[in-house]
Design a protein around this ligand. Structure first.
Ligand SMILES: [Zn+2]
Length: 418
């Protein structure tokens, strides 16, 4: 029989290289795995520290191809962070069986187009989907499958004795659900391990390479596509963040007014009525302050203004309750313009937004939200206008230095995509 290490190495090559499945994007993940030989597992299992537990007897009796398929199954549990996700869902001993079925369904959908889905995974998925006709459509997140499966009475969700920890060799480790098995090595065992930070880096590399390979082919399965997006675009697009903070600023997110949009500063506390519970401002008024200095990118400014106006429209904030101020500090003047896009026509010179925010302070009715569109290179006042939430749409270029910004405002960095 070949030593386990050689067999596992051959299986990795089969997955990556020309002779086999040609999935080179898996390389970083496969070579991070630490192989541990043990009879405690029936075939192959992994823990959440990226140790791959391999039964040498099974390896001796199986083919490189089947070992490789089982290996990719284990690797995807780790790549998709099923352990961490199980913890945040609160998967416990009672629902772990359903969670494993749910994650295997998602992995099955991911592996199928690659031609490396293990036979046992296919038959289990087919059986499960037939049994729950229509309620487990392909390409959905494991969380969704789990919600369906975990609701079923116990006993329906797993084969009797399946994966039972105290009953014969195990089929799965903590990589699936974050629950350590008695046969797993402790995290600090000197065989080696991948810690959370390193795992994040591996996932990112694999996701980027996976996306590169899948690019344009349109067959990226749902769960994997969502994972790639999560890994490669870890932050929401600025347009979405800007719209979100405008909604929050207006205070209408949940259909009721809340009092958190404004920092209770010294001046606000002298008007205590403002924070009485149940108090409601029927018509939010909004000020848009547009920095028209030459350093602001016109295209970006136009897009950011469009996003803000769109968010306000969606909230039903009438144009008449939006005041647009074009701030041109060269002449120390703040011009009230009819529409945001007219502000672009002014311009020139440096900026002093202290002047503009002083004008906001004096507006009647007093704005509940001020959205400031600027490159940030301006002096700021020490406090925001009274009773007014401030959102800064910071118009920047990639790699540009960030100016000092006031901590009483919510800042959204807006950039043009190259
Ligand atoms: Zn599995």
């Amino acid at each position: 029989m070949p030593p386990v290490g050689d067999a596992v190495a051959a299986a990795k090559l089969w997955l990556i290289a020309d002779a086999g499945a040609r999935l080179p994007y898996l390389a970083r993940g496969l070579y991070a795995l630490v192989t541990v030989e043990t009879h405690e597992v029936a075939r192959l299992a992994s823990d959440e520290h990226w140790r791959l537990y391999v039964n040498p007897d099974w390896v001796a009796s199986t083919t490189v191809e089947d070992l490789a398929r089982a290996l990719s199954h284990e690797l995807w549990h780790l790549l998709l962070d099923h352990a961490g996700r199980a913890r945040s869902l609160g998967v416990d001993r009672a629902t772990a069986g359903a969670w494993h079925e749910a994650t295997d369904l998602a992995i099955c959908d991911t592996l199928a187009p690659e031609g490396v889905v293990p036979a046992d995974l296919v038959s289990a998925a087919t059986e499960l989907r037939a049994e729950h006709r229509g309620t487990l459509p392909p390409g959905r997140p494991a969380e969704e499958y789990w919600a369906t499966l975990a609701r079923l009475p116990a006993g329906d969700t797993s084969e009797p004795g399946e994966d039972a920890e105290d009953d014969g060799p195990a089929h799965h480790g903590s990589s699936v659900d974050g629950r350590p098995r008695p046969w797993e090595l402790p995290p600090e065992a000197d065989v080696g391990a991948v810690d959370e930070g390193h795992a994040g880096g591996i996932r990112e590399v694999v996701a980027i390479e996976y996306r590169g390979r899948k690019g344009g082919r349109g067959d990226t399965p749902g769960e994997a596509a969502r994972w790639v997006r999560r890994m490669t675009e870890p932050t929401l697009p600025w347009e979405q963040l800007l719209a979100q903070s405008v909604r929050r600023g207006v205070g209408w997110t949940s259909g009721r007014t809340h009092t958190t949009w404004t920092r209770p500063n010294r001046r606000a506390s002298s008007t205590p009525g403002m924070f009485l519970p149940g108090w409601r401002r029927p018509n939010p008024t909004v000020a848009m302050v547009v920095d028209t200095s030459g350093s602001v990118d016109d295209a970006l400014l136009a897009r950011a203004m469009g996003e803000v106006e769109g968010a306000l429209r969606a909230l039903g904030v009438a144009g008449s309750s939006v005041t647009v101020l074009a701030c041109d500090a060269a002449v120390q003047a703040v011009t009230r313009v009819r529409r945001a896009r007219d502000a672009v026509l002014h311009g020139g010179g440096g900026t002093d937004l202290r002047v503009a925010l002083a004008v906001v302070e004096d507006l009647r009715p007093r704005p509940t939200l001020a959205v400031v569109l600027t490159d940030g290179w301006t002096p700021w006042p020490a406090t925001p206008p009274t009773g007014c939430a401030v959102v800064i749409a910071l118009l920047t270029r990639r790699g540009e230095e960030t100016p000092e910004l006031p901590d009483w405002a919510t800042t959204i960095r807006c950039q043009l995509d190259d």
